[in-house]
Write a protein that binds this ligand. Sequence first.
Ligand code: N01
Length: 534
Amino acid sequence: MGEAERDLDAVVVGAGFSGLYMLHRLRGLGLRAAVLEAGDGVGGTWYWNRYPGARCDSESYYYSYSFDEDLQQEWEWSERYPGQPEILRYLDHVADRFDLRRDIRFGTRVAEAAFDADAGRWRLRTTDGERFTARFFITAVGCLSAANVPDIPGLDSFRGRWFHTGRWPHEGVDFTGLRVGVVGTGSTGIQAIPVIAEQARHLTVFQRTANYSIPARNGPMEAAFQREVKDGYEAIRRTQRASTNGHPFDVSERPALSVSEEERRAVYEAAWERGGLRFRAAFADLLTSKEANDTASEFLRAKIREIVRDPATAEKLVPRDHPFATKRPPIDTDYFETYNRDDVTLVDVRETPIVEITADGLRTTAETHALDRLVFATGFDALTGPLLAMDIRGTGGRTLREKWAEGPRTYLGLQVAGFPNMFTITGPGSPSVLTNMPTSIEQHVDWIADCIAHLRERGLERIEATEEAERAWGEHVEEAAHATLLPLAATSWYLGANVPGKPRVFLPYAGGFAAYARRCAEVAESGYEGFIRT
Ligand code: N01
């Protein structure tokens, strides 16, 4: 504990997309700010997720910052979808370009943050015993950063090496000549499986829930398109901010059943050929009408049966237990095609559940699979996990863990009643993971920076959400989810259902980015309705 407390105006936890921009804005306000980052470099998600095939599902030209015109004009993306190394290079560039590193403390994990009501300051302690105090405590910890490694008996006895995709070794992993098992077929597994299959001697995929997936259709960023994007950035960013998901394309205004079957099929075929998450925008009501969604789900099931040659394998891969896009839809490069390889086996662990991991492999109720390497693409303790990994204590010493015992409660996903001057960038109850993240991140960071500027201009020291505003927002988040089909996916991490014992609460705000951003702006303009400022 040796060192004296370091005294700051604001402490930000995390140096990914959120933390970097937050630091830049705080500096712009003339605040003394520091970012505490557990990793040894910037990048957050893109620092940790170095698994084979790691790539963004949003297109590069809009999965990027918009706050600096020179940056967006000068940075050149090389592919339609940026790979992890390219995004990390981009974030490294941003850190250098805006001279951010001098205020980032790497290799520093926050263990505890407690609000000292008398002093009106947050007191933070790191796992190494360093101490910081600050008026404002801002979490920029990401939504998908607490790895979820399933508690399978026998993992300790495994003689081979095992990995979680979100904690991938920096030096990479060579699977050449090895028998590899992958557990999990979410977005991550679906990206990694085709790439690992190329290298491994044999790949066994352990699937619990079959998933829909749309081809990404990745390719080089053509010079003409790059030019078009740069010339059109103003309109692109405007469209993103006016959209539901922070993507720069409009959702069709036509309901799926308003057109003939033939026309609908043509629309889906065109969307399939174009590829990517835009498939969801093919019709207006794919996420609000089960009948409409059934047409898309059935189209995608037929595609799986068309691609996968072995009918028994195809049937295992066909999703039946949730409508399309009620779980975050993956996009892929040759995912279903991979099951046509002789050296890839699919095991349905709902049919034959995993019993244990042994010294030499993985045993299901049907057989033992001999493995040299095991990859857990089993996702994350989403949204609340990274926050609850810190011991956060608000007024009166009440912990965030106690407060959220039955699920997270926030006002606008930005603040928690009882935790003054703490801001949660893309926290639970904000659109976050239902959107293109940089769009949501910039909106949150700008709102927080403007709020801090507002307090300073008026000589105020503290802002805190009221219990009442928080309760009303929680009800609205619940309503917004139920106005969509999203809660129908019973095993979704949106609901916390992937982590045993986690409360089942719909975590992100499903009312759309534009409506949400409007609400945040109205709250600020009204003099911070729902907050107490002192
Ligand atoms: O995690 P997931 P992910 N035994 O939770 C299975 C974002 N992302 O890392 O569905 C057996 O989606 C689990 O099965 P089930 C994106 O938002 C973005 O793939 O729970 N299986 C599922 O198949 C995405 O949604 C990009 O029944 C077990 C899988 O593991 C989010 O990250 C790229 C199991 C986990 O899927 C998370 O994706 C990649 C067990 N005990 C990811 N436990 C970009 O574009 C879990 N599973 C930037």
